[in-house]
Design a protein around this ligand. Structure first.
Ligand SMILES: *[C@@H]1O[C@H](CO)[C@@H](O)[C@H](O)[C@H]1NC(C)=O
Ligand SMILES: *[C@@H]1O[C@H](CO)[C@@H](O)[C@H](O)[C@H]1NC(C)=O
Ligand SMILES: *[C@@H]1O[C@H](CO)[C@@H](O)[C@H](O)[C@H]1NC(C)=O
Ligand SMILES: *[C@@H]1O[C@H](CO)[C@@H](O)[C@H](O)[C@H]1NC(C)=O
Length: 505
């Protein structure tokens, strides 16, 4: 009874702690040392990604803040969504057809037809005034008495951007969605949502950079190749992207330019024919080389566009509201470590940023993923070359997060985090266990895992169980040597730092 009262009180005063909530799904009938991932994240436990699903309400709230915002009520987008794209063929056929219909319509005068063609010159070919060139000068077509011939000629001229309607509109619906989502997210941030989380993520990355630099500085293969300074330099370049004002400006500019072009085109071509679709096309063509700013977003993801790291709003919320630092480090810390690591992990046979990488480290990482796959395969998995970057970033990322955890919790790692009731028994979860649970929760999917073709990421169950080759895991759960988790572990892969294996030439 006492426990229940305390829980309700805490629930009433604190914000949503997604990690604490996640403990409700763990499966005590599955031994953590046998298959940790499925112990923490049982099959069928949640629809897809546990955390993303848990955040449905937050995302709804963020979206609700800006339903009336101008970017969520664009005329051009309403039309775009209305276009029955499956019925239309290609954009040049549509424009040719529209020309033909007007040309044959007795109510449309030559001047109107010239005006129509001028719109195409202006938006499609980006000419202003009368400065068109060669076959991109279209207005003479309005004087051709054979409308079919003129329309054929027009179609043939418009091949520069010959898209099927379907491809074009699907692609642009996505662009609109991305730009609007970025704006919704920045809007929520400006309203104070997850503001502290942003600076916490920033601080986490700075701490990890320092840690990583100290490791690189004592990595023999880097020093022996005279590469340590270059690697440190790459590490120092990395920064957390938090210029939201810039993101907002770019996305507003992107959307408002489209809207303005659309409205202007409509005003200049007021007719009964299908000018709304025509004007959507013209506005899109006028912005064809532009794209939304994708650095800020609310979907469940993070990425490294070296040197910029970007994180979903959901991770900021977690950094702000997950109650224990061990839980933040195991979840957001692991993700931040992964993204930072992307800058330094290389495929030794095809390095990008760093011209050399320890081949042995790479083999070590891949061997571990293969072995984890051999033990825990669900539908399919396997360590192939296109997974080196992601596998390595997972492993180094977890090592970074754990080392911050170790520093922060010296002497307190085995303190109780929560007590969990399993039928009649109570069991303590320690801070160190919380760290590892949090890693499994951020990657938790209730669906049976398979390797998606061409995806550089390993299946989620393999990603999590493989990185737990870290000695901290065995210690935290007291796993016996003959347990499946420990049997699936190779020697810990040390990628940077003392004991990192030499690169052989
Ligand atoms: C108009 O042009 C089309 C295509 O060039 C041609 O097939 C057709 O015979 C022409 N019609 C007349 C009446 O000349
Ligand atoms: C790397 O180590 C050298 C000496 O071992 C030291 O002088 C240097 O300051 C260190 N650099 C960093 C970035 O820690
Ligand atoms: C890395 O090791 C593999 C296997 O031992 C070898 O085939 C490959 O050439 C090595 N690559 C480099 C860059 O040394
Ligand atoms: C592991 O070894 C212990 C004792 O050495 C034994 O009691 C236990 O049954 C073994 N467990 C498995 C899963 O083989």
């Amino acid at each position: 009874m006492k426990l229940v009262t305390i829980f309700i009180l805490i629930g009433a005063v604190t914000a949503f702690d997604v990690i604490r909530e996640a403990f409700r799904i763990i499966d005590d009938s599955q031994d953590p040392c046998e298959n940790f991932y499925r112990h923490a994240c049982p099959i069928g436990s949640d629809r897809d990604l546990l955390i993303a699903t848990a955040y449905d309400d937050l995302l709804f709230r963020i979206k609700a803040k800006s339903v009336n915002a101008i970017w969520n009520n664009l005329e051009i987008e309403k039309t775009l969504l209305r276009i029955p794209s499956r019925e239309l063929t290609t954009t040049n056929n549509f424009i040719g057809g529209l020309f033909l219909a007007q040309c044959e319509d007795k109510h449309v005068g030559r001047e109107d037809l010239v005006n129509f063609l001028k719109q195409i010159e202006h938006y499609y070919f980006q000419f202003s005034g009368s400065n068109c060139e060669f076959d991109e000068c279209l207005s003479a077509l309005a004087s051709d008495h054979n409308c079919t011939r003129a329309s054929e000629k027009l179609k043939a001229t418009l091949t520069k951007l010959d898209f099927t309607f379907f491809d074009l509109s699907e692609f642009w619906k996505e662009y609109f969605r991305a730009a609007k989502q970025g704006l919704d997210g920045v809007n929520a941030l400006l309203d104070g949502e997850s503001k502290q989380g942003v600076s916490k993520v920033q601080h986490l990355i700075e701490r990890m950079q320092k840690k990583l630099i100290s490791w690189v500085n004592e990595t023999d293969w880097a020093i022996n190749n005279g590469a340590e300074e270059a690697i440190i330099e790459e590490t120092l370049q990395v920064h957390h992207y938090d210029n939201y004002a810039d993101s907002m400006r770019k996305n507003l500019q992107f959307l408002m330019k489209l809207e303005q072009d659309y409205l202007k085109c409509l005003r200049d071509t007021k007719r009964e024919h299908d000018f709304e679709t025509f004007c959507v096309l013209m506005s899109i063509f006028a912005s064809i080389e532009k794209y939304p700013d994708l650095t800020f977003f609310t979907f469940y993801n993070a990425f490294n566009a070296h040197p910029q790291l970007s994180f979903s709003q959901l991770f900021y919320d977690m950094a702000e509201n997950v109650g224990e630092s061990a839980g933040v480090l195991g979840s957001v810390g692991y993700i931040a470590g992964h993204e930072l690591s992307h800058t330094l992990i290389e495929n030794a046979n095809a390095p990008q940023l760093i011209p050399y990488f320890s081949n042995e480290s790479m083999q070590c990482i891949q061997n571990q993923y293969q072995k984890t796959c051999d033990h825990f395969e669900e539908e399919s998995c396997g360590a192939s070359d296109n997974q080196i970057d992601e596998n390595g970033a997972d492993m180094l990322g977890l090592q970074l997060a754990y080392s911050l955890f170790e520093e922060e919790y010296q002497g307190r790692m085995n303190e109780e985090y929560i007590r969990i009731q399993n039928f009649e028994e109570y069991r303590s979860i320690t801070m160190e266990q919380l760290f590892f649970y949090s890693t499994a929760f951020v990657a938790c999917s209730g669906k049976s895992q398979k390797q998606r073709l061409g995806d550089g990421h390993s299946p989620l169950n393999v990603r999590v169980n493989a990185v737990f080759q870290h000695p901290g895991f065995r210690k935290a759960f007291n796993c016996p040597a003959n347990s499946t988790m420990v049997e699936s572990f190779n020697e810990q892969c040390i990628i940077f730092g003392k004991g990192a294996p030499e690169m052989r030439r």
